[in-house]
Design a protein around this ligand. Structure first.
Ligand code: 1CP
Length: 353
């Protein structure tokens, strides 16, 4: 187990932990990958999954956006389904589709067959994290995992889905199966984050990308206890932890309750909710991350520039309204067709404000 780095000058860690950063920190979800020509060149020679299990490629792809854009945090290049592979599930990442599960999980027997994550199966992830913390200087390294609900949605549906109908059917009609599935996935998520924390990541983010498909009542009853267990079990690590989802305006309060045990809790906000409103919905002492609409980046620099200034202003208002900090990001991931030059200019603009 490596000792954690002290990064007193990291604006990302300052904002996440309630200190005043020297400048507004900025990084982008999905900054590593799809939008970068240097990523596409590497990917032309490797499948997505094989890249995720190659420590040198993981290290290189994680560093690409840091070199190019001068962001304040790196996100580990991996995918939310990587630990499922490490737990014996036959999953692939198909170009232009996303994760595809060979045998979707639909019966009690399917659920019982899910094994624990063997840390040895994701050894290249540990090796990459160890290499990265040696190379990143003051740039924070964020590890991540998928939250149990979002992982369950891929496993039950068999791949990406719009309405998550089979997932909701299991959740509502087969509560025992649902609880068993969510418990197994929560264990896998905790184990995958533990591997990354042991190897030295400076912070973690839990992606519950599709939780916004749920009502607040269903989220609280069927999902929140499992996600909260992730944060509770890892709270002792003392690192900032971010809880993110899309379409979660109604869930922000509950999502911040889940992350409350963290030494420093951050809630990711999508572009639909103004940051000062989000500040009033989350628990006191929570920092906010977000929330420029990724589509704005496709509309040209004048619009990007105006929207970015608005987000920085809204972040200041959010802090005045009680948020413990603001980390500039998009409301969801960088779209593949984004001009990387715009991202570089955006980082420079945010740093100048
Ligand atoms: O062909 C390719 O090159 C694959 C495209 C790709 C990439 C670059 C996928 C397939 N995953 C990734 C990497 C990835 N995935 C990262 C690290 C890179 C970075 O963030 O810079 C991260 C953090 C993820 C996380 C991820 N994977 C999420 C949560 C974040 C989010 O965007 O909501 C989700 C939902 C996935 C599943 C997934 N993997 C890949 C795709 C296209 C998808 C989404 C599929 C769908 O629409 O349901």
């Amino acid at each position: 187990m490596s000792t954690r780095r002290e990064l007193p000058d990291s604006p990302y860690l300052a904002a996440a932990t309630g200190r005043t950063p020297q400048r507004v920190p900025v990084w982008f979800m999905r900054q590593a990958g799809r939008s970068l020509p240097e990523y596409r060149a590497l990917r032309a020679q490797h499948t997505m999954m094989s890249a995720c299990f190659d420590a040198e490629l993981v290290t290189e792809i994680t560093l690409q956006p840091v070199r190019r854009h001068r962001v304040d945090a790196a996100i580990l290049f991996s995918d939310i389904v990587v630990p499922l592979r490490g737990a014996g599930i036959d999953v692939d990442i198909v170009p232009d589709v996303g994760p595809v599960i060979a045998n979707p999980v639909r019966s009690a027997a399917d659920i019982a067959a899910i094994t624990a994550l063997d840390p040895a199966a994701v050894a290249p992830v540990s090796a990459a994290v160890e290499a990265l913390v040696g190379e990143l200087g003051d740039v924070a390294l964020i590890g991540f995992a998928g939250a149990p609900f979002t992982l369950a949605s891929y496993l039950v549906e068999g791949g990406p889905s719009r309405n998550h109908a089979r997932t909701k059917a299991m959740m509502l009609a087969e509560p025992q199966s649902w609880h068993a599935l969510m418990t197994a996935l929560t264990d896998i998520t905790i184990a995958f984050l533990t591997v990354q924390l042991d190897a030295g990541v400076d912070a973690v983010q839990l992606f519950d990308s599709w939780a916004g498909t749920l009502s607040l009542a269903d989220y609280r009853r069927h999902v929140l206890p499992h996600s909260a267990r992730v944060f509770t079990e890892l709270a002792g690590r003392g690192v900032p932890m971010t809880h993110f989802g899309v379409g979660t305006a109604e869930l922000l309060g509950a999502m911040s309750e889940a992350v409350r045990p963290a030494a420093a809790g951050v809630v990711g906000v999508d572009w639909r909710t103004a940051l000062p409103d989000a500040a009033r919905r989350v628990e006191p002492g929570t920092a906010l991350q977000g929330n420029l609409d990724p589509v704005v980046l496709l509309t040209g620099w004048p619009a990007v520039q105006r929207a970015a200034r608005d987000v920085v202003d809204a972040g200041r208002q959010a802090v005045a309204a009680g948020a413990s900090g603001h980390i500039f990001n998009l409301g969801h991931g960088v779209l593949p067709e984004t001009d990387p030059g715009i991202l570089t200019e955006l980082v420079a603009l945010v740093h100048s404000l």
